[in-house]
Design a protein around this ligand. Structure first.
Ligand SMILES: [Zn+2]
Length: 406
């Protein structure tokens, strides 16, 4: 059994202890300040002697310390000095205590219970029993958390055993797990004075003032009937604020406006972009129409009757080929035409005028594209499709021309 020194000495970094057992790179101590991964909270890190402790694992009442590197671990019975990373510990205390406060206020304010907690490397999450948690409710919750933080009330841990534990269990925010009630260490209750009582074995702050700020960054739909809230507390909340401020400052500078005006400015930019797109489309169509007129004049006479145009488009949009072919056959009723467009891939459009020879263009197109590894289809008078290689437009048009001449 390992004595959990961190429970009563959460502010301490250094301790001395005796090695009870060693398994490969894992060391069992008779007492430790290292918090083991449990209850949604990650382990502490630090040093045991000169070796870095990368993981701390709980096995029943035993706590094993996983050492990094190749140096031999301390021998059984040896006295060792341990030192934990206090900055990481402090961060975890802030996130974990902030979670107690957030969960308590959610239940009190909105009757929303917390189902699960995870303390992550950058942000933490709680899963709550609610279909949806809106921004307006979140703002009220954050404000209520802020009030408790400014009151700077004490956060105390008390251990109850036997009948006291059973009685105490009934007064908590959520019923403790059977495991916690049966623990030889007793039932440990974290009390945020006047706000919350919850069974927990994690590390917490001593007063709510240490939390600084509880901020919910997002609320997303989780499992059925649940919502996942992502939140940050204390130092992490300041970092999140700074990060968002930086992005807003950049946007403000870019758009030469105050941050409150960014949204309306973006709306204007979107409108202007839409208008530009419409205008560009109209201009392109005008250009294609002029080209269609010019091409229609130069149509070649087809040996078996009618006329033929094959043409390649580059740049612009693949839909341009369809537009051009459609205009060409309106300008010349006796025309058979093939228009290719080279963009990310090769697009091919075949069309025939009302008075043109009655070739089945759907079949012609399928045959041409099949030999280029592409596919497409359509009707006897109009067909379109695509092939993967845009550089084979010339080949596609030669094949189409031969077929249309036939
Ligand atoms: Zn806790």
């Amino acid at each position: 059994m390992t004595e959990r020194l961190y429970l009563d000495r959460p502010d301490d970094a250094s301790f001395e202890s005796t090695v009870l057992d060693v398994r490969a790179r894992k060391v069992l101590l008779d007492g430790t300040l290292f918090y083991p991964t449990s209850g949604g909270q990650p382990n502490d890190t630090g040093f045991l002697g000169d070796a870095r402790v990368t993981d701390v694992v709980e096995e029943g009442e035993a706590i094993w310390h996983v050492l990094e590197g190749d140096a031999p671990p301390p021998a059984r019975g040896a006295r060792v000095a341990g030192k934990i990373d206090l900055a990481r510990r402090r961060d975890h205390r802030e996130q974990h205590s902030g979670q107690h406060l957030l969960s308590a206020v959610l239940l009190e304010t909105a009757k929303v219970p917390t189902l699960a907690f995870h303390l992550g490397a950058a942000v933490s999450t709680i899963d709550v029993k609610a279909e949806r948690v809106g921004r307006e409710l979140l703002s009220r919750i954050e404000t209520a958390c802020g009030e408790v933080i400014r009151k700077d009330v004490p956060v105390r841990a008390t251990v109850f055993k036997g009948d006291d534990a059973a009685r105490e269990a009934r007064s908590l925010r959520r019923p403790p797990e059977a495991e916690a009630l049966a623990s030889p260490r007793g039932l440990r209750v974290i009390d945020i004075q006047g706000v919350d009582r919850d069974a927990c074995c994690g590390t917490h702050v001593a007063r709510t003032g240490e939390l600084g700020l509880v901020k919910v960054l997002s609320a997303e739909r989780g499992k059925k009937g649940e919502t996942r809230l992502t939140f940050v507390v204390g130092g992490r909340a300041l970092l999140a604020f700074q990060e968002r401020q930086d992005v807003l400052d950049e946007l403000s500078q870019e758009l030469t406006t105050g941050f409150r005006e960014i949204r309306s400015r973006m709306e204007k930019i979107r409108e202007a972009e839409k208008a530009s797109r419409t205008e560009a489309k109209a201009l392109r169509e005008e250009l294609l129409l002029a080209r269609a007129t010019e091409l229609a004049h130069g149509a070649r006479t087809r040996p078996g009757g009618g006329t033929i145009i094959v043409h390649r488009l580059e740049g612009g949009d693949p839909l341009d080929a369809r537009f051009l072919a459609t205009k060409l056959v309106l300008l010349r009723a006796d025309l058979l035409c093939a228009v290719a467009h080279s963009g990310e891939k090769l697009s091919l459009v075949l069309a025939r005028g009302e008075a043109a020879p009655q070739l089945d263009l759907g079949k012609v197109l399928r045959d041409v594209l099949a030999s280029l590894g592409g596919k497409g289809g359509g009707q006897p008078h109009f067909a379109q499709g695509a092939a993967p290689d845009p550089d084979r437009a010339k080949e596609a048009l030669a094949l189409a021309e031969a077929a249309l001449n036939g």
